[in-house]
Design a protein. Structure first.
Length: 255
């Protein structure tokens, strides 16, 4: 069931989204050559503590996972697409890093992701990251009252495919509100004019995931969480929590 949020609820979600943005900003500032992924997780954890917020990621255990998620960020490096577990790995010059982070504040959740290069960027990685954010922008632009879920999916997929990138099958965005994952699902590829109509008060986490090598195939790492590209190519992930409003899409996960 899709919950339609009141305008007051959207303001509460905006507060949670601001914490998410603060956490991602702090992690990005800390991420440099030599920083460990576990250290980045602690930076995000401190932002949550300072804001009086909790993590919807920590101890989260969906049906596919063998164990609860052990951290407050997903840290996916190079060929890792999403759901990377922060560990002792220390970032190296040229690594492509995707950070996914969520916060829950006063009963409402926010969720966002960024991708960036540490140290010296490779031109192909810069193009991949830029395309991920362009796909996100296209999806957000399509998130208007009167459109449908398929219009968002089509907008994202068109940008990704035009650039020659793969889209991991079966993964995409989702509704969000009192819980991090709610109905409806928001695919990263689809047909325009299809799916659920968009209404004022719906809130969606829109999140393109791109595989640089052009394949849609991935495999699950031995940790039971991390998804990696089958061909070893690099991946990028971008995400915002977006409210559908009569005045147009409203991004909730910004500073």
């Amino acid at each position: 069931m899709v919950e339609i949020k009141t305008d007051q609820s959207l303001e509460a979600m905006r507060a949670a989204g601001r914490v998410v943005a603060q956490g991602l900003t702090a992690v990005r500032e800390q991420a440099r050559v030599g920083s460990s992924l576990r250290e980045l997780d602690e930076v995000a954890h401190e932002v949550l503590r300072a804001a009086g917020a909790s993590s919807p990621f920590l101890h989260y255990k969906p049906a596919f996972a063998p164990t609860p998620f052990p951290a407050v960020i997903c840290a996916s490096v190079n060929d890792a697409i999403v759901h990377g577990i922060p560990d002792g790995y220390r970032l190296r010059d040229g690594d492509l890093v995707s950070i996914d982070f969520g916060a829950k504040l006063d009963g409402w959740a926010g969720d966002s992701a960024i991708s960036f290069t540490v140290g010296t960027p490779r031109p192909e990685d810069t193009r991949l990251i830029d395309t991920a954010f362009a796909a996100l922008d296209a999806g957000i632009a399509a998130a208007t009252v009167g459109n449908r879920i398929g219009d968002i999916a089509h907008a994202i997929g068109t940008v990704c495919r035009a650039a020659g990138y793969g889209i991991p099958e079966g993964f995409g965005g989702h509704g969000i509100g009192r819980q991090m994952h709610e109905d409806p699902s928001v695919p990263n590829e689809g047909r325009p004019g299809r799916g659920m109509p968009l209404r004022h008060g719906m809130v969606l986490a829109i999140e393109p995931m791109l595989i640089g090598g052009g394949t849609d195939r991935y495999y699950e790492d031995g940790d039971g969480w991390t998804l990696r590209s089958v061909d070893g190519s690099r991946a990028a992930h971008a995400e915002h929590t977006v409210a559908i409003t009569d005045d147009g899409p409203r991004i909730l996960t910004t500073l």
